[in-house]
Each structure stands twice: as structure tokens, then as C-alpha cells.
Design a protein around this ligand. Structure first.
Ligand code: ZN
Length: 92
């Protein structure tokens, strides 16, 4: 039952089902929200206890929402550069 709904938020109650259905719904919702991710990271100085690769990997995993994400395309689908460089159609 949906109790709240607007353009970027929905609150609903899922009843009388098991965790696999809830997990499937969660995965579909995550897949359908257009997000962008950090792909290239240059660390100029790191005085933390974490190494550069770990920090870069953690940053890669953060899904970023953006209004331009809806109009972007996958790098593999770019006809302009064949997805092998930074291109205005799939990078910001
Ligand atoms: Zn391109």
C-alpha cells in the first residue's frame, strides 16, 4: 500500500510476502534510478591510513544522482568516440 508519493519519493508498505520479493523490488528500483559514478580519480596527497586504491574504489561505489543522468548514455553505446575516451555524451 502506497502511503506517500511524489516525483522523487515513495513510501509504501509491503505485506504478506517474503524477503526475496522485497529484495527483487529493491534491485529493480535501484536499477531504474539513473545515476552517474566517479570513474577517474587523481589523488594528489593522501595522509590517511587508507591507500589510494581503496579510497578510489570506495568513491567509485557512490551512486550520484544528477538531472543530466537521464540524458546521458552508456559509454559502450556512444557512436561518437566508441566509448574509449571522455565524451560529452557520457561524462561530466
Ligand atoms: Zn562518446
Amino acid at each position: 500500500m502506497i502511503s506517500e508519493l511524489n516525483d522523487d519519493y515513495v513510501k509504501f508498505e509491503l505485506c504478506d510476502t517474503d524477503a526475496s520479493i522485497a529484495n527483487a523490488l529493491c534491485r529493480v528500483m535501484i536499477a531504474e534510478v539513473p545515476t552517474i559514478a566517479i570513474d577517474l580519480i587523481e589523488i594528489k596527497g593522501n595522509s590517511s591510513v587508507l591507500n589510494d586504491e581503496l579510497i578510489a574504489h570506495r568513491l567509485d561505489l557512490i551512486p550520484l544522482t544528477s538531472e543530466c543522468a537521464m540524458s546521458m548514455q552508456f559509454s559502450r553505446d556512444c557512436d561518437t568516440c566508441d566509448g574509449d575516451g571522455q565524451c560529452e555524451f557520457y561524462s561530466v
